[in-house]
Design a protein around this ligand. Sequence first.
Ligand code: SF4
Length: 213
Amino acid sequence: MDPETAGITGARRFVPEGRLSLGRLASAATNCRGCPLWRGASQVVFGEGSRTAELMLVGEQPGDREDRDGRPFVGPAGLELNRILDETGIERNRLYVTNAVKHFKFHREGKRRIHDKPTRNEVKACRPWLDRELELVQPRAVVALGATAGRELFGPGFRVTRHHGQFLENGPAEISVGTIHPSAIIRARDPDREAYREMLTGDLCAVIERLSS
Ligand code: SF4
């Protein structure tokens, strides 16, 4: 059996059809067994936010803190994101925030759980959840945070360094943009950190400007 696809059947058969609330969708995701990631994680971390949000942010996957709290972007990267949203005047409770993959993937180093990048197949397996979130919220703008979400939404040719901040025509919304993940700011060395912060802030501001034009 190919280790890359072992245990991956995809989320489609777990995703309810028809009109339903985001709450019911999130609750259905607790039963998802579309790939093996649910086994190690504490719980599913579904998207959250307003059903009428004009802007949806899509990250990669929940981290350690998100896995424990069951909410997206509440760990260090979430705090960094909140700081930038504050600076740009974007109210987080008017957004919809989610991840391309809904369970935390990690390996252990002693007591610590270290983030592992989801494989292409795991991201694909989880895509039906994101598609339903997009269908129910119908945001005018979607911003992919980081390379994993960017490649999933804009295709394998997407590169954060080359394409960040550009209005991409092959995205899932009228305004579709990719940029860096806030965790890249945290991981960056001192001299680069401010430049990364400015990149994310600038890209989000461009989206807001386009939304209000
Ligand atoms: S990561 Fe996605 S596809 Fe895999 S079990 Fe979790 S919700 Fe299902």
